[in-house]
Design a binder for this molecule. Sequence first.
Ligand code: SF4
Length: 367
Amino acid sequence: MHPAPIEGTADPIPSTPVTVMGPAAAPTASGQPGHPGCPKRMVFGPCGGVRPDGGCEMIAMPCVFDSVDQVPVVAALDLPVAAAVRAPLVLTDLSAPPADASALAATARILAASSDAVLMGDHQDRPDFPPAMLARIVADAGAIPWVTLACRDRNRVVLEQELNGIRHDGLATVLCVTGDGRAFDVRPDVTQVFDLDGTRLAALAASMGVPVAVAETPSAPPARVRPLRLVQKQRAGAGIAVLNHVRTAAQVAAFVTAARNAGLTIPVVASVAVYTDERSASALTALPGLEIDPATVQQVLMSDDPVAAGIAAAVTEARGLLAVDGVVGVNLSGMASSRGTAYAAQVQAEVGVQISESIHPGEGAAP
Ligand code: SF4
């Protein structure tokens, strides 16, 4: 039997609005114009896609938030109770061909027993079913769904529609993100919306009673503002945080300590890179703001049995992260294998089982 997941909720929300500071006046968590010059029209920037040299993810210019020392402060929401989020020990990325219900269900069935929840992405080059529909298919297949909701392709009204659907079904936690920008050669005929950013979307979702997860990229420039930026998402109503990859557990520990010192109280899930071949490794390194240890990648790829080596590397990384104070779970990220969806899911499932076994020997995987 798997241990009961930890219940996490957002901080009690103070009833008095806090002081607004930073580059954009932000007395509430919705409705303001974004920072002048930000292609994503963010109020609560910077996004996680800032380049290592401080450049913008979207266009050739420095990120407009790069000189910011203090992030804008989210005004207090008047929420009676923020929706609780069940913190997963193992949260597994679910990768399946878009808009393919049978492949989605089959993949969810492979992952259900090894994962406390499965996370569906929202990819700039792979539009999929609406999130509420994804959640329903995954739940019907026996897994617990988390769905990513990105501001890239949806105006505020459509985001409200999506959240209404998720709330109606009551099945999923929603990971609220701004979203990475669409590549210049992907659907150049469509606009990128960005009515809201991840923090404002979290506030909207929380105000509607939906369980909210948020993401942060500890290593993205300017790294000094990242811990406080996560705290602002907690103030917006987030009940749990998911961190993007950094190279070492020590970096995660330093980030979590800084965030705790800044007021973070919600549980944190840290990301584990799962790859077993060159293509699955490079898919991870290509994502903006994401770091994996190149020496470990080399070791896995040069091994006589890269699949076993990749699984072992992921389990080792997970154990290191779970030893960090404040980290309650791990997110198994990446495509895991280039040998197809089912094989990749089996790799992820094996990683999940081994993590659960190593943390709670003899108790089995998720129910
Ligand atoms: S890097 Fe992100 S936050 Fe910074 S200007 Fe570009 S889109 Fe905006």
